[in-house]
Design a protein. Structure first.
Length: 153
């Protein structure tokens, strides 16, 4: 599931991990360095994933998007909708110029989400990641404010 592709999540996840993560996200939000959101099920009102902007660089007006979704919710368009909302937040509220993302090569679902949301593949860091004893490409994607604005028309 999530641990397979999420490089920033420790596995196994520590018992106090969620509390520490939330506190860290609150601190980064106050500093304007990261903005994290929960993805909530419309049916149950419970959290089913997370999405956010990290590495927010106000000088260069850039940030990286990252996200995860519970395995049983994948393939239903939920994350595509969440990424589109996050793009609106980043470009319209934060006035960013560029938002980028990185995806492990085999994570086809994540790559499809980015492409559906208007991201362009910008490059491949060949064999850059070692995950569970196997080497994988790291694929870079980006979208500019001007490209985002064209999608709205």
């Amino acid at each position: 599931g999530i641990a397979r592709w999420a490089l920033a999540l420790p596995y196994p996840y520590p018992e106090d991990g969620a509390i520490k993560h939330i506190r860290q996200q609150q601190r980064l939000w106050r500093l304007g360095k990261a903005y994290g959101f929960a993805v909530i099920s419309q049916k149950t009102g419970t959290p089913i994933g997370g999405i956010g902007l990290k590495r927010v660089d106000t000088k260069h007006q850039c940030a990286e998007v990252g996200y995860w979704l519970g395995k049983r919710y994948c393939g239903k368009g939920i994350m595509t909708e969440a990424v589109r909302l996050l793009l609106r937040f980043g470009f319209e509220e934060l006035k960013l110029y560029r938002i980028y993302a990185m995806s492990m090569g085999p994570n086809i679902g994540s790559r499809r989400v980015l492409e559906k949301c208007g991201f362009t593949q910008e490059g491949i860091l060949r064999q850059a990641l070692l995950r569970y004893g196997k080497r994988h490409d790291f694929i870079n994607y980006g979208i500019l404010r001007t490209e985002y604005q064209k999608l709205l028309k």
